[in-house]
Design a protein around this ligand. Structure first.
Ligand code: FAD
Length: 320
């Protein structure tokens, strides 16, 4: 089933559902950890499950002569395989993420063909971030520079147009495509309006829905939805919520994701004496956010779990 149909059903039923995002296991780890994270959430009937995609990382290793050697490492491969394993085990739709960073159009096409063979018909199309240590995003030779180009490639494939234009007749893929939106502006966007213009490009290219970057402030999420509608972005918008979970996130989340933390949340986290307490504060904050967004009528909420779901179970019990 396509995610857009699931979203539209939720809209028709007036019932807010949820999805959560998981990471593929670290290379060498088995799939069991992922299943252990999902198992306790299945009783709450998630609408679908997202699986992130991770580009190559850069590591510097000291050599015997004291010089540093640059090595490329891939820590979390397996997005497509894990997505298929989730669908097979739980009978729930999975949504693998796919990125431009580090991949050529051919690599992307290969991944999409694998997904299609495995019965995966949903994908979240993203540009991805810069390689660690680089300040600008550099597309792969023969790759894409923005998510809208990636969306166009997926739409082309749905229409039977492959990268090398060598296929005349084919079984058409039917990917439903989601894209990312930024209630607090993407760090590289010149301003809010420009960010919306680029979001509209992705939707006009063929995306069926938008998932937002995490925000801890519902006023910003609802304002973003309002501004999208004003900008004629009419597809469903799925707000992203991150249950706050460690003190280190007070500086890490603003640095990495370019989001503001409301002062009230910062105060509550600072009062905590350990991360167990921080996790409880995070659950309370996420529950309050989710309840309010549910009241506002959003069809699906997207939870960023970073792979650990004990807090998500508490949230699901309270809200869904
Ligand atoms: P784009 O839409 O291409 O936008 C990137 C920047 O370029 C924006 O500032 C935009 O305004 C600008 N831009 C776009 N088009 C143009 C244009 N034509 N001309 C000039 N500027 C332009 N990253 C991963 O690596 N793996 C994941 O699994 C992953 N999952 C994510 C899930 C969600 C829900 C979200 C919100 C983000 C996720 N990310 C993931 C992070 C994402 O890859 C980064 O935020 C990335 O920096 C931007 O991706 P994008 O798809 O929004 O890019």
């Amino acid at each position: 089933m396509q995610v857009i149909d699931i979203i539209n059903e939720a809209i028709a039923d007036g019932k807010t559902r949820f999805t959560f995002e998981l990471l593929p296991p670290l290379k060498g780890a088995g799939v069991d950890g992922v299943f252990e994270a999902i198992d306790p959430l299945m009783e709450f009937d998630p609408a679908y499950i997202n699986v992130t995609y991770h580009r190559e990382d850069v590591k510097y290793v000291e050599r015997a002569d004291g010089l540093l050697e640059k090595r490329i490492v891939r820590r979390r491969p397996g997005t497509v395989g894990i997505s298929a394993a989730i669908m097979k085990r739980y009978g729930v739709e999975s949504v693998p993420h796919i990125i431009c960073g580090g991949l050529s159009k051919y690599d992307i096409e290969d991944a999409l063909i694998d997904m299609d063979f495995l019965g995966i018909h949903n994908v979240l199309a993203l540009r991805g971030d810069n390689v660690r240590g680089e300040h600008v995003f550099r597309p792969q030779p023969d790759g894409h520079g923005s998510a809208s180009e990636l969306v166009r490639q997926i739409v082309d494939m749905n229409n039977g147009i492959f990268v090398d234009h060598e296929v005349d007749k084919c079984a058409h893929s039917q990917f439903c495509i989601g894209v990312a939106g930024y209630p607090e502006k993407h760090a590289e966007a010149a301003n809010y309006e420009t960010g919306l213009k680029h979001l509209k490009e992705k939707v006009d290219a063929g995306a069926s829905y938008v998932v937002t970057q995490m925000s801890f402030d519902n006023a910003k999420i609802l304002e973003f939805i309002r501004r999208c509608r004003e900008a004629d972005i009419t597809v469903p918008i799925i707000p992203g919520i991150k249950p706050f979970s460690t003190k280190a996130q007070l500086s890490m989340l603003p640095q990495v994701f370019h989001v503001d933390l409301p002062q009230e949340l910062v105060n509550e986290v600072e009062k905590c004496s350990d991360n167990k307490q921080v996790r409880e504060v995070g659950v309370e904050w996420a529950v309050a956010q989710a309840k309010e967004l549910k009241k506002a009528g959003v069809p699906v909420l997207h939870f960023y779990t970073m792979g650990k779901t004990d807090n998500m179970v508490k949230i699901a019990r309270e809200v869904f």
